[in-house]
Ligand binder design. Structure first.
Ligand code: C5P
Length: 296
């Protein structure tokens, strides 16, 4: 069986409203996901047993890795996958605990790769529901581009692509835990705030590319846990970003800039001001996880 390669992009959240607490312990959110060109690469070929090697040794490669969880989920649900194995290798570029959806994108990539390698013939709606079982952000990566996320973030409606933007990512030398950030939310929340007009407002703001309204309700909680994120966000705003926000539950803070802005020199300045932070200049992209035959 020939080997396959999946490009797994990161995302930022162009806005994230927490509109209620759900009875299943999750929060009801409305968000706009945007894929960017910072990517992990997942390689896979047929093998007797299932194994995963991760380029970044600080990331677990065992059963807790979402790639392995995706494989186990396929084996549990598809008779034909039960006896199959795969040798998988994950080359990480997306930092973990960063709010960039790296693990979720890898999981979506694993579903695509193993569907192909194990000839499971799962259609896109089956893949989407398996993705939602793996995590709230996972279904988005099967779409990519610009998309509205509702419910716990797993219900995806594609939006017209955002006009191309340069994205400056600032990642501090620590990650944040998503459950911990949600627990640190202090605003009073009831499920009745899950108003149907909110998604419509979001669609309008995405179509008009009007970021004046953009806010992330998880930001205050992330700032409470790590004050330096607010300091960085303010510096990014001062540097001329159209919008500067924490991505998801953090710890990455990003700024959007229109095409043609000299973002590299802004990154150099911020790197001097914030030692220990990793600054990356990225681009918005219209795709999600992409599978291609691996050659060489
Ligand atoms: O779905 P996922 O596994 O990515 O979520 C991780 C954790 O983040 C959940 O267990 C929950 O504590 C929190 N979460 C939440 N509401 C969401 C998404 C995540 O409370 N919409």
């Amino acid at each position: 069986m020939s080997p396959w390669r999946v490009i797994c992009p990161a995302k930022v959240n162009l806005g994230l409203h927490v509109v209620g607490r759900r009875s299943d312990g999750y929060h009801e959110i409305v968000t706009i996901y945007q894929a960017i060109d910072l990517c992990d690469v997942l390689l896979g070929e047929a093998a007797e047993a299932l194994s995963l090697e991760v380029s970044d040794t600080s990331i677990p490669s065992g059963e807790s890795n979402l790639v392995v969880k995706a494989a186990r989920l396929l084996q549990a649900r598809c008779e034909t996958a039960r006896a199959k194995g795969a040798r998988l290798r994950l080359d990480k570029s997306i930092p973990a605990g960063a709010g960039l959806g790296g693990g979720s994108s890898d999981a979506a990539g694993a579903l695509l790769l193993l569907n192909q390698l194990w000839t499971l013939h799962l259609d896109s709606s089956s893949l989407k529901s398996l993705a939602a079982e793996l995590g709230s952000d996972v279904p988005f990566f099967l779409f990519g581009g610009t998309a509205l996320g509702t419910g716990r973030g797993a219900t995806i409606d594609p939006l017209p692509p955002l006009a191309h933007r340069v994205v400056l990512l600032g990642s501090p030398p620590f990650g944040l835990s998503t459950p911990e950030v949600y627990r640190a939310l202090q605003a009073p929340l009831t499920a009745d705030r899950a108003d149907v007009t909110v998604p419509r407002l979001f669609v309008k703001f995405a179509e008009g590319n009007d970021f004046a309204l953009a806010r992330n309700d998880l930001e205050a909680a992330a700032f409470r846990l790590r004050g330096e994120l607010a300091t960085f966000r303010d510096a990014l705003s001062r540097s001329g970003a159209e919008v500067a926000l924490v991505s998801g539950s953090g710890s990455t803070v990003f700024g959007l800039f229109s095409t043609g802005t000299d973002v590299t020199s802004k990154a150099v300045d911020l790197r001097g001001e914030f030692p220990g932070w990793t600054l990356r200049v990225c681009q918005t992209v219209a795709s999600g996880v992409r599978i291609v035959p691996a050659v060489g």
